[in-house]
Design a protein around this ligand. Sequence first.
Ligand SMILES: CCCCCCCCCCCCC[C@@H](O)CC(=O)SCCNC(=O)CCNC(=O)[C@H](O)C(C)(C)COP(=O)(O)OP(=O)(O)OC[C@H]1O[C@@H](n2cnc3c(N)ncnc32)[C@H](O)[C@@H]1OP(=O)(O)O
Length: 357
Amino acid sequence: MTLTPHVYWAQRHEEIYLRVELTDAQNIAVRVHENVLQFRAQGHGAKGQNEYKFSLEFLLPVKPEISYKSTQRQVNITVRKEQHGWWERLIVQERKPVFLAPDFDRWLDESDAEMEIRLKEEKRNRLKASRHQEDGFISLKTGFLFVYNLVQFLGFSWIFVNMTVRLFIFGQDSLYDTFHTISDVMFFCQILATVEVLNAAFGVVRTGVIPTLIQVVGRNFILFIIFGSLEEMHHRPVVFFVFYLWSAIEIFRYPFYMLGCFNTEWKTLTWLRYTIWIPLYPLGVLAEAVAVIQSIPLFDETKLFSIPLPKVIDTSISFSYILYIYLVLMFLGLYINLCHLYKQRKRRFRTKKRKAN
Ligand SMILES: CCCCCCCCCCCCC[C@@H](O)CC(=O)SCCNC(=O)CCNC(=O)[C@H](O)C(C)(C)COP(=O)(O)OP(=O)(O)OC[C@H]1O[C@@H](n2cnc3c(N)ncnc32)[C@H](O)[C@@H]1OP(=O)(O)O
C-alpha cells in the first residue's frame, strides 16, 4: 500500500511552497517533470516509520529546477512558477487530495502577497538609496581627506626641502633666519592642522581627540605664542630645530594618509610613519622646551601677556609662571602621546602580521 505524508502548501506570485510532514526524512527523491512533482522518502510520518510518496500535477507550468531542505521535523520544497502570477488552486484536479492542505503558517491571499512584494520593493529601494547616500558620503570624505593631506604634504615638504637646501648652501647662517623664510608656510600648515582635531572629534578618522588636541595645541602654542609674539626669538637657532623636527615626520605621515584614502599602502612608508616618531618626538619636545626656557627671560623683560594686579600692589604676574606650568604640561603631553603612538604602532604591525598569516 502507498503511504502519503501530509503536505501543506502556500504560494507567492513567483513560487510555490510545499511542507511535507515527515520527521527525520532520508533518501529523499524529489523531481518535477512536465509540471508533475514526484516525491519519495523514508521517514516518520502519520503511519510511523515508512516509505512515503506522493505526486502533484500543478495547475500551471513550473520550472523543472526545484529546491528542498530537510529538517528534523519536515521537508520544505520550493518550486518556481514558470510565469509570475496568482493561481486559483495548486493542482489540475478540482478536488484536492486528502493529504493536501493550505499551509496557514505561510498562507497569504493575493492582495497580501502583492502588499508583501510592494513592501519588499520599498525596502530594497530604501536600501539602495541609503547605499547611494553612504557611497556619496564616503567618496566626499575620501576626497576631502585626500586634498587635506595633499595640501599638508606639499606645505611640509616645501618647508623641509627649503630648510635642507638652505642648510647646504648657507651652512650655520641658515639657522638664524628660519623664521623669516619659513614661518608663513608653517603658520598656514599649523592653522590648517586644527582640522585634524575636528576630524577626530566628529569621527571622520579613527583616532583619539586628546592626542590630536595635545599635538595641535602644543605646536600652535610654540608657533604663535613663543615664536610669533616675541621678535627676539625669530633669529634663534632653536626655531630651525623645532621646524625641522616637525616637518621631518609630516613628510612621511601625510603621504601615508594619502595612500590610506585609497586603501593602499607602501610598506616602507608605513614603517617610517610608525617608527621615526621614536627619536623625533622626544627630540621635538626637547627643542620646544628649549624654546620655552629661552623665552622666559624675554617675557619677564617685556612683560608681554603679564596679568596686571590691582593698582595698590603695583605689580603684575609674569607670563613666565604660565610657561613653567606649560613646561610640566609638555612632558605630561609627551608621555600621553608617546603611549598613544606606541599603541598605534603596535596595532598597525599586529594587524599586518595577522593579515599576513
Ligand atoms: C588638552 C590640551 C592640552 C594642551 C597641553 C599642551 C601640552 C603640550 C604637549 C606638546 C607635545 C607636542 C610635541 C610635538 O609638537 C612635537 C613634535 O611633533 S616632534 C616631531 C615628531 N612628531 C610626531 O611624530 C607626531 C606626529 N603627529 C601624529 O602622529 C598625530 O598628530 C597624532 C595625533 C600624535 C597621532 O596620530 P593618529 O592618532 O591619527 O594615529 P594614526 O596615524 O595611526 O591614525 C589613526 C587612523 O586614522 C587615520 N587618519 C588619521 N589622520 C588621517 C588623515 N588626515 N587622513 C586620512 N586618515 C587619517 C589613519 O589612517 C588611521 O587609520 P587606520 O587605523 O584605518 O589605518
